[in-house]
Design a protein around this ligand. Structure first.
Ligand code: HCA
Ligand code: CU
Length: 386
């Protein structure tokens, strides 16, 4: 009998590097350590802890992380030069070295306008950086290609094959400016997989400038990547990257579609996201999937009546799986059934006459939402009962 084994896609969480880059998202060392623990508790495979060469503080913080016992593999970002690679090495010296992610150039646009370099020079730069990292003992070497999806295949093939030849185990393809569509991502990732074979890990990092970060990450999985880069709440430069919580929900419900699963502990997600939004003091849009205030709220009669009969009618993503709760709310349109339900829930006697009277008041009240407050609801009940 043939046993089909579903593949596991790794999650590389970049909340503390990409996420922290968003305006207003800077965290103190203590806050970052708190976040590392919350992210690690979710069971992701990699945590990008930051960029040790960025400042003395970043270096000291990386040094502190080096001594933490994490389940995940820590990863540090580095440019393709000795000083940056040394900073990662020194931060972890004497402990197990982390994954090092060395930045390289993924497009002719970046080559020409940002780096002012020839292809030959940039290939030399990255291959020398890989060899230098190896000479220091780094075993897990990833190369991140910025702006991959605007690069030509001819250029990408040259630089990618050179990196693999020198021993890069992971290639990270970044849609740095959110310039691609799912089909374009699929086609390029598929090509890269053909060039490098199965022994190299491919990872995807999609920005959300056109709202396609998730769709593009999924297309990359279909084309053969092994790892998705995410952040909590999708934070990151500009519109951010693929949000971990949504990617986790998709693979929970649709693993059969992608023939792939994750190992993320769904129940820990809400906690991790709220630790982050508390630290950053940001309020998410109420309709944010999974973690927004209204993600599991209903307040109209038709939906409430269905949910009260059986949640399956109007709920696909299940709140309790993500450490959240379903909210059945009173509104101008919420109808009578919810009143009956709330009376029952509060152990108040249920009478048709009372429901009718309460319904009349609620449906014409200037702000019916106030009756979601138990004390107000109860006061109304007492009032109409007289
Ligand atoms: C950047 C780099 C990057 C990817 C780098 C990485 C991008 O901030 O420009 O994941 O190692 O989007 O290209 O975030
Ligand atoms: Cu990025």
């Amino acid at each position: 009998m043939m046993v089909l084994i579903m593949k596991t896609i790794s999650i590389f969480d970049s909340t503390l590097r990409e996420g922290e880059q968003a305006p207003g998202n800077a965290m103190t060392v203590e806050e970052k350590i708190k976040m590392i623990l919350a992210i690690d508790a979710m069971g992701v495979q990699y945590i990008e802890i930051g960029f040790p060469a960025a400042s003395p503080n970043d270096f000291l913080y990386a040094k502190q992380v080096a001594h933490m016992r994490l389940k995940a593999v820590p990863c540090c970002l580095s440019r393709a030069n000795k000083e940056d690679i040394d900073a990662v090495y020194k931060a972890f010296e004497g402990t197990r070295l982390p994954q090092i992610e060395i930045l390289s150039v993924g497009s002719e646009i970046h080559l020409k306008y940002k780096r002012h370099m020839t292809i030959k020079k940039v290939v030399e730069e990255i291959t020398e950086a890989i060899l230098y990292a190896q000479s220091l003992g780094f075993k897990d070497i990833a190369v991140a290609f910025e702006d991959t999806f605007r690069g030509s295949q001819k250029y990408l093939r040259t630089i990618i094959e050179a990196c693999v030849h020198e021993g890069a185990g992971t290639l990270m393809l970044a849609d740095t400016v959110g310039a691609s569509t799912p089909r374009e991502v699929f086609e390029l990732v598929h090509k890269v997989r053909e060039w490098v074979g199965e022994s190299v890990t491919l990872s995807i990092h999609c920005h959300n400038d056109m709202g396609l970060a998730i769709a593009n990450s999924l297309a990359a999985v279909e084309a053969g990547v092994n790892c998705i880069q995410t952040t909590l709440c999708g934070f990151g430069e500009r519109t951010g990257i693929a949000p971990l919580e949504e990617i986790a929900a998709i693979f929970h419900y649709k693993s059969h579609v992608y023939d792939a699963q994750l190992t993320v502990d769904l129940k820990k997600i809400y906690q991790a996201c709220s630790t982050l939004t508390d630290i950053l003091q940001v309020t998410l849009s109420p309709h944010t999937p999974i973690i927004g205030e209204n993600a599991f709220s209903s307040a109209t009669g038709i939906h409430l009546n269905g949910l009260l009969r059986n949640p399956i009618t109007y709920e696909f993503v299940e709140p309790h799986l993500f450490g959240c709760q379903r909210k059945l709310l009173i509104s101008r349109l919420s109808g009578r059934k919810i009143i009956e339900y709330k009376l029952n829930e509060m152990n108040l006697p249920v009478e048709k006459r009372i429901i009718e009277l309460m319904y009349k008041v609620i449906s014409s009240a200037p702000s019916p939402e106030d009756y979601n407050n138990e004390a107000h609801f109860k006061a109304l009940y007492e009032e109409v009962k007289k």
